[in-house]
Every structure is written in structure tokens, then in C-alpha cells.
Ligand binder design. Structure first.
Ligand SMILES: Cc1cc2nc3c(=O)[nH]c(=O)nc-3n(C[C@H](O)[C@H](O)[C@H](O)COP(=O)(O)OP(=O)(O)OC[C@H]3O[C@@H](n4cnc5c(N)ncnc54)[C@H](O)[C@@H]3O)c2cc1C
Length: 563
């Protein structure tokens, strides 16, 4: 909602573009079967199109709207998502515009009870978190989409029916230029929380709805406070409730406040009441200067997802597959990981480099990630919006004890998103080899980064297929060199990174680890080898190479049969 007198898209800081519908070849009788159709050009649909384009795969991206999503939605981009944006060639404007952060504070009745400090290992390229309004996220992604010859973007094009065939999907598209059928080998359903495609296939989200309600208000103010996440429990500006405050670019601040039990939503959402409540909250944090109201809405938490994210040739990604509570910034970040996961798998299958079987791993991996998010978010949500008297009492007790004791303080921290570890995935068949390591990143987790020289990092060297990182004393032994060569025969995109002191075999990227920092990060010894998937999750690691297992793992990452 916007203040009285303002148009639906009349923002204080963002100019919404209006995209015209185009006359497309299908309206003139063309019957092309496209490799991939993506329904929904929200952040997740656009990211999926860009992942496919990175691999040279064409897609048609349709959206029924003529502009970006409006209002205040996702605002926090986590580090792993910045890496995804980098891989799809879209990260530069994000770095320029977004506000990076790693600290937060939680207060109880005006007293600070918790200081959040997210770790920033020296080898990492990005900060743990960046704040940026979803409008900008969509604009920057759209700029990259518009610059790609491989993405056919069609605005004002609504998917109104689908037919599934053994060898493809056909969709009826309605646009102001006319109606037509669009055929594709695969359909990515990125059509959001109310996914019409879900309904067309007769599918339902399952899970829980939470009763607690939050008002989300975006305001513009000149307020001198660093970019940190602030959580206020029982502040005098919102007695009996919680308030979250985030800084965004363009002097826009997001204020989320909890409605009291029994409070009328209709009354709470009246403009005069929003202004009064926000003024009281701002007075509480010492801001007495003028401020302007941009937009507001009401929100309640859900943990809902589909039983299966794959239905033959239709894959659900983003909010169409799952709806997660916003506490802990998971909605957008989780969806971006979906887009990359299905994107690289589909691309390799469409190029004929991987077996179709690889696509079966999408749903278990990403649904597993959703269930993990639910487990974490449920804890945060129960604390942020206690569902019962018992939970309210527990929260009250934890908060009052936090004033004097350390042990309950972590509870007053809305947990932040962590990338999911695919340790149970079929693509991680030898996770048991973790037992041989005294530390380092486990199988299935996202590979950590290490700084090399200047602005160059270890993971910049990885490829678009399987990547091996081999640690050597000086240079690879004959057996190790043969293994790397063999991996190159399994995967034509294979990249070998050799951490050694001497120039190694041809075709491998040799990196000197003068101070032993890379070996320390990976808990590696001479002979240790890590195998990374295209999305830089660790497919396997071996203290000393076991060629049969390593080759098998690379084959499985390309859809080979599991042992
Ligand atoms: C009020 C609110 C606050 C939020 N706050 C946060 C937050 O703080 N942090 C966070 O991480 N997430 C937050 N989210 C969630 C975040 O906005 C979503 O996770 C994210 O937008 C999901 O992106 P998506 O691309 O999957 O779906 P969407 O952004 O919903 O995009 C779906 C697209 O599909 C299009 N579409 C739908 N049907 C059709 C059709 N039949 N044909 C063609 N096109 C169609 C729509 O027009 C839309 O553009 C919030 C969401 C809301 C609503």
C-alpha cells in the first residue's frame, strides 16, 4: 500500500519501467520447440535464464506483468547468492549499490542483549550479507537478461494453460498482441507464491501457517546508523511486540513490527495508524527528524512446500516450490540456489554432456534445503511470533535472563541463512571420506574461498563443469597426473587446480600456497584432492586419492549411475 494520493507504482526512490508486449514469431505461425520455457520473470526466473545462458542454452522467459514486483519484499542477499550472481555475470551493479554488513544487535526493553557478528574469513571475497531492495535486484538481473542474446524475454505474456507431453511441454500464452502456443522441451515454473502452474497441475503446498503478523513499512529518512540488523524485543515504541530495522540504499529503511494478539489488521493498516506506530518506534531509537512513508503491507510466516519439485518436464523453482518465513532472509536466497541447481543440470543434459538421470537429483537436493530452512526458520519464527502462551512465557524468560546471562542471548538473534550441505545427495556418494579429515569443509557443502593475489580468489579458477583441487608437495605424481587426465576424459569441461610449488602438468592451473593458508582452509596434506560440482558444492574429498571413487563421483555428477 502507498500513502493516500500516490499512484500504485509512485515510489520515492525507484522509477518503475514499463515493458511493452512484443509481436513474437509464434503469432505469425512459427512452431519452434524451444529448449526451455521459464514462466515468471521474478528474481528466480531471471536467474534461471541467466544460468542457462552461461552454458549457452537459449530460453524463453515470460511474465504476465509489464514491470518489476513492487513494494518492499526481499532485501538481504547472502554471500553464497553473491557468488551465484557473479557466476551469471550480474554481480557488478549489486556490489556498487548494495549495502554490505556483518553485524547486528538485539535489544530487550531498550537494553542491548546480543551482538551479532557474522564471521568474515580473510579468504572470502564477499561480506556475509548485503541489503538491497528487491526492485533493484530485479532491475539488475533484468539488465543482464536484456543484454543476453540467448534469452527471449516476453513481458505482458500470461501462461494460461499447459499440456504435458512425453517429449515436451506446450503452454497457451495470452498477450495484448494475441494468443498463441509456446512449445519447449522443459518448463521452469517460477511463477511465485500463488503459482498458477501449481494449480494447473493440481498440486498443493503442504506445511504450516503461523498466526503472528508483522507490518512491513519502508520509510525514507536521514538517519545516522551503520548498516546492521537491529531487533528490538518489547521496545516502548511497540509494547509487547518485536521490531526489526534494516538500512537499505537511497536512505530507505525497512521497519518490520509485530502486531499484538487480537489487534485488528484492518485498523493497523490504516495510514494514520502506520504513521503513528512508526513515529513511536523511531522516537524510541532516537530519530526525531522528519521521515517519509514509502510503502507498507502485512505479513505472516508460512513453512509450505511441494512434495516434489519435479513433475516430468516441469520443475518448480523459487516461491512456486516453497514459501519460507522471512526471518533469516531465506526466501530469495533459497530460490537463487534453486535456479542455479536446476540451471546447470538442465544445461548439461540439453548439451548431451549429462544423462537425463541427473535431473532427478534437483528435487531431493533443493527440497532437502527447504526442509532445513524450515527447521531453522521455525525456531526463529516461534521466537519472533510465539504461537502459544507456553512459547510466549519461554521467550519472556529467555529475554529477561539475557539481561544478566550470556547463555540465552543467542535465542534473541533471528538466525541468518546458511547454504545447505548436500551430504545425503546421490551426487555426494562418498561422504564417508569426511571421517579421514581433521577439519575443513565437508562433502556437500559450498567450497570455501581463499585469496590468492590482488583481487584474485581460488574459486575464480573453477570451471563450469567438474573442478578438482589437488594438493601436492611440489608437483603431481605420475598417478595423480593420470587421474587428472582421466577426469578430463569423463567431463569435457573439467578444470584441474593444482596447489603446488612447481609448474605442474599442462592444462592444469597451478597455484602456489606459500604460507600454507589454502591447505589450512581445506585441512589438506600433500595428496589430498577435492572434487567440486559446477555450483561449487563439494562432490567429494579424499585425504589421498582413490581414483576409482573420484572418477565414479565425476561420472555421477554428470548423471552416471550411483554405486
Ligand atoms: C511482503 C513480502 C516481504 C518479503 N520479504 C522478504 C525478505 O525480507 N527476505 C527474503 O529473502 N524474501 C522476502 N520475501 C520473499 C521474496 O520476495 C520472494 O522469495 C521472491 O520474490 C521469490 O521470487 P520468485 O521469482 O520465486 O517469485 P516472484 O518474485 O513472486 O515472481 C513470480 C513472477 O511470476 C509472474 N507470474 C505469475 N503467474 C504467471 C503466469 N501465469 N504467467 C506469467 N507470469 C506469471 C509474476 O508476475 C511474477 O513476476 C518477501 C515477500 C513478500 C511478499
Amino acid at each position: 500500500m502507498r500513502p493516500a494520493g500516490k499512484g500504485a507504482l509512485e515510489s520515492l526512490y525507484f522509477d518503475y519501467p514499463r515493458f511493452a508486449a512484443r509481436r513474437v514469431p509464434e503469432l505469425d505461425g512459427a512452431t519452434t520447440r524451444h529448449p526451455v520455457m521459464i514462466a515468471g520473470a521474478g528474481p528466480i526466473g531471471m536467474t534461471a535464464a541467466l544460468v542457462l545462458a552461461r552454458y549457452g542454452i537459449k530460453s524463453v522467459l515470460i511474465d504476465r506483468k509489464d514491470t518489476f514486483n513492487d513494494g518492499s519484499r526481499a532485501i538481504c542477499i547472502a554471500r553464497p547468492s553473491m557468488h551465484i550472481l557473479e557466476r551469471i555475470g550480474a554481480v557488478a551493479p549489486f556490489i556498487e549499490k548494495a549495502l554490505g554488513w556483518r553485524f547486528g544487535r538485539s535489544y530487550y526493553r531498550g537494553e542491548q542483549i546480543f551482538r551479532l557478528e557474522m564471521p568474515q574469513p580473510p579468504g572470502e571475497k564477499y561480506l556475509p550479507m548485503y541489503n538491497l531492495q528487491q526492485q533493484y535486484i530485479e532491475k539488475f538481473l533484468h539488465d543482464a537478461v536484456a543484454a543476453s542474446d540467448l534469452i527471449d524475454m516476453r513481458w505482458q505474456s500470461e501462461l494460461s494453460a499447459i499440456e504435458r507431453h512425453v517429449d515436451g511441454v506446450s503452454a497457451r500464452i495470452s498477450s495484448p498482441e494475441g494468443n498463441y502456443y509456446l512449445d519447449a522441451l522443459y518448463l521452469l515454473a517460477a511463477d511465485g507464491a500463488r503459482s498458477p502452474i501449481r494449480s494447473m497441475l493440481g498440486l498443493r503446498l503442504k506445511g504450516d501457517n503461523y498466526e503472528g503478523r508483522y507490518v512491513i513499512a519502508d520509510i525514507r529518512m536521514d538517519h545516522d546508523f551503520p548498516t546492521e540488523r537491529r531487533a528490538f524485543f518489547e521496545p516502548s515504541g511497540n509494547p509487547g511486540g518485536t521490531v526489526l530495522i534494516h538500512k537499505q540504499p537511497d536512505d530507505i529503511w525497512r521497519v518490520d513490527y509485530q502486531l499484538r494478539e487480537g489487534e485488528s489488521e484492518e485498523e493497523a493498516l490504516k495510514e494514520e495508524n502506520i504513521r503513528a506506530r512508526v513515529s513511536a518506534i523511531l522516537a524510541d531509537i532516537g530519530h526525531t527528524k522528519p521521515w517519509e512513508l514509502e510503502w507498507w503491507s502485512v505479513y505472516s510466516a508460512n513453512t509450505l512446500c511441494l512434495d516434489d519439485y519435479r513433475h516430468d518436464r516441469v520443475f518448480f523453482i523459487g516461491d512456486a516450490a516453497h514459501i519460507v518465513p522471512i526471518f533469516g532472509v531465506r526466501g530469495l536466497n533459497n530460490g537463487l540456489a534453486d535456479a542455479e541447481n536446476i540451471g546447470w543440470k538442465l544445461a548439461l543434459v540439453l548439451h548431451g554432456e549429462a544423462d537425463d538421470r541427473l535431473l532427478d537429483s534437483y528435487s531431493p537436493e533443493r527440497r532437502g534445503a527447504t526442509l532445513d530452512v524450515f527447521a531453522n526458520a521455525t525456531k526463529s519464527t516461534r521466537f519472533m511470533t510465539p504461537p502459544t502462551r507456553g512459547w510466549r512465557l519461554a521467550r519472556e524468560a529467555a529475554l529477561s535472563l539475557s539481561l544478566k546471562h550470556d547463555f540465552p542471548r543467542g535465542l534473541a538473534n533471528p538466525r541468518q541463512m546458511q547454504p545447505y550441505t548436500y551430504s545425503d545427495s546421490v551426487l555426494t556418494p562418498y561422504a564417508g571420506r569426511d571421517a579421514g579429515f581433521a577439519g575443513g569443509p565437508v562433502c556437500g557443502s559450498v567450497a570455501p574461498n581463499a585469496k590468492l593475489i590482488d583481487a584474485i580468489h581460488l574459486l575464480d579458477q573453477a570451471g563450469t563443469g567438474v573442478t578438482a583441487i589437488l594438493f601436492c608437495g611440489a608437483q603431481p605424481t605420475a598417478e595423480q597426473a593420470a587421474l587428472l587426465e582421466h577426469l578430463g576424459q569423463v567431463d569435457k569441461r573439467f578444470v584441474a587446480i593444482v596447489i603446488g610449488s612447481e609448474n605442474s602438468i599442462s592444462g592444469a592451473k597451478t597455484i602456489a600456497d606459500q604460507d600454507g593458508e589454502i591447505a589450512r582452509i581445506f585441512a589438506a596434506e600433500p595428496g589430498t584432492i577435492y572434487l567440486l560440482r559446477p555450483d561449487l558444492h563439494i562432490a567429494g574429498r579424499w585425504k589421498a586419492a582413490i581414483p576409482s571413487e573420484i572418477l565414479k563421483t565425476a561420472e555421477i555428477c554428470l548423471g552416471g549411475e550411483t554405486p
